[in-house]
Design a protein around this ligand. Structure first.
Ligand SMILES: *Cc1c(COP(=O)(O)O)cnc(C)c1O
Length: 484
């Protein structure tokens, strides 16, 4: 058992006389001391009086309660929890990147601007777009910026009748939420029994009130939309634009590009496809790309180049405005650049193929134990249904909790909404053979336990500090501050 289990740093026994590994004394720099006075500085901070070892134990124990891809498999479908290579950290820690300030004059940060400009070029190549903004802070924020590009385009043409955004019924919840935030109404498009967009239903919903459609491909069931050309054509024919939700770009990198499929703008989740940290609500990035005709509306400032000088261009009269302070999460974006450059185009192509191979391996091993919605080969992820097991008394939530006991992070559950008792697995390109076998073993054992020992599953997880929190309260009513 962990020492200091569940105690806050403020609740630990105070160290008294033996508090410090480094003895007290003239350790504060003389500048700081003469400015504040040593005691004044200490007194003004309400710090607990602890020995260095206590602090190290505290944080090490806290980190041991966490679970990440560096602990074991993390097949959280749609989230692409791939390994984040350490070279990314080396790159952003370089003093030339780490020690600059966003308010420095452009002339003094030419290296950083050049790196970001290069990132934009690589992202254009990867997606088949003509321009990018690096400002948005996450995928959902990128969606908002992308839909605002679509809105700006229609407004500039005085095309006021377009009030609807088309969204497939399999879409990620952020898509309809984004469209609503941007002031649109949602028109839902049905899926066929095989999980692809129903093109006939789509065509019946395309008219002069449609501003555009948001689509991810492969879709949230992990299936490649084989009719994507017909889909983008139908929307363009009625005057709408196509938005590509880039959350599922990982399995098609360097294989096929959204721009070539007929999409007009895209966002990328760099924390999914390009191996930057997911961050638990911390700094993120969701760059947005578009075709030439949408570039005038991009958020300003836009990163520009004249001769060999880079600068932030504010002279953008048609821009719909800024979406983030300063220039975006530069340290996150540089990690994405590091990943792109370390892999090269060949490496990215291999990653996409590995993501698909891993998902199909896992799918092949599990599809006879759990209900499925398709017989087709999948792309980077697949959706199983817990229907068979639910009828036997253990639902998907129960099984997800039991997976924790087997040392794997549960898949995404109850999404997409069109599949009952959904479990959505995405092993990603970086999962190891051992990790894949561990998941197969766990899912095989759980299927047996449902039949032979359902109470074991109902009471899971058995070894975590907290067992079954109220899921909604835990997510929506977080208490992260010390209330002593
Ligand atoms: C993750 C995801 C999003 C939202 O991205 P965030 O970066 O989490 O805001 C949108 N669409 C799909 C399909 C996703 O998987």
């Amino acid at each position: 058992m962990l020492i200091n289990d569940r105690k806050l740093v403020f609740e630990l026994p105070q160290a008294g006389g033996r508090r410090a590994f480094i003895p007290e004394g003239d350790r504060l720099s003389s500048d700081l001391k003469s400015w504040y006075g040593q005691d004044k500085l200490r007194d003004s901070l309400d710090l607990p009086n602890l020995a260095e070892l206590q602090v190290i134990r505290h944080y090490t124990n806290l980190s041991n309660k966490n679970y990440g891809v560096e602990n074991g498999p993390y097949p959280l479908g749609s989230c692409t929890m791939k390994y984040n290579p350490k070279i990314n950290e080396d790159v952003v820690a370089m003093p030339g990147f780490a020690h600059v300030h966003p308010m420095q004059p452009d002339a003094t940060v030419q290296g950083t601007l050049k790196a970001l400009y290069h990132l934009e070029e690589l992202l254009c190549d990867l997606t088949g777009m003509d321009g990018f903004t690096l400002q948005p802070a996450a995928g959902a924020h990128g969606e908002y910026a992308g839909v605002m590009l679509i809105k700006s385009y229609h407004q500039a043409r005085h095309d006021e009748a377009r009030k609807y955004i088309l969204v497939p019924d399999s879409a990620h919840g952020t898509n309809p939420a984004t469209a609503a935030m941007a002031g649109y109404k949602i028109r839902e498009v049905k899926s066929l029994p095989n999980g692809e967009v129903d093109v006939e239903d789509l065509k019946s919903k395309c008219d002069e009130t449609v501003a555009g459609m948001m689509l991810t491909n492969p879709n949230t069931l992990g299936l490649f939309e084989t009719q994507v050309k017909e889909i983008t054509q139908a929307v363009h024919d009625c005057g709408g634009l196509m938005y590509y939700d880039g959350a599922n770009l990982n399995p098609i990198m360097m294989q096929v590009r959204p721009g070539d499929m007929g999409f007009d703008c895209v966002h990328l989740n760099v924390h999914k496809t390009l191996s930057t940290p997911h961050g638990g609500g911390g700094p993120g990035a969701g760059p947005v790309g578009c075709k030439d005709f949408l570039k005038p509306y991009l958020p300003k400032p836009v990163l520009a180049k004249e001769g060999d000088k880079y600068f932030w261009d504010y002279d953008r009269p048609e821009s719909f405005g800024r979406v983030r302070s300063f220039n975006g999460a530069t340290a996150v974006l540089l990690r994405a650049l590091s990943y792109l450059m370390a892999n090269g185009y060949e490496g990215l192509k291999d990653s996409a193929e590995a993501a698909v191979a891993n998902a199909n391996y896992l799918y092949g091993k599990l599809k006879d134990l759990y209900a499925t919605s398709t017989d087709q080969p999948v792309m980077h992820e697949f959706v199983l249904s817990g229907d068979i097991q639910a009828k036997q008394g253990c639902n998907t939530m129960d099984m997800a909790k039991r997976m924790i006991d087997y040392g794997i992070h549960p898949p995404t559950v109850y999404f997409p909404l069109i599949v009952h008792e959904a479990m959505m697995f995405e092993p990603t390109d970086t999962e190891t053979v051992e990790g894949m076998q561990k998941m197969v073993h766990a899912m095989q054992e759980i299927a047996k336990e449902v039949e032979n020992n359902p109470d074991l599953i109902h009471a899971a997880p058995h070894h975590t500090p907290v067992r079954r929190p109220d899921e909604v309260k835990a997510a929506k009513d977080l208490v992260v501050k010390f209330e002593g």
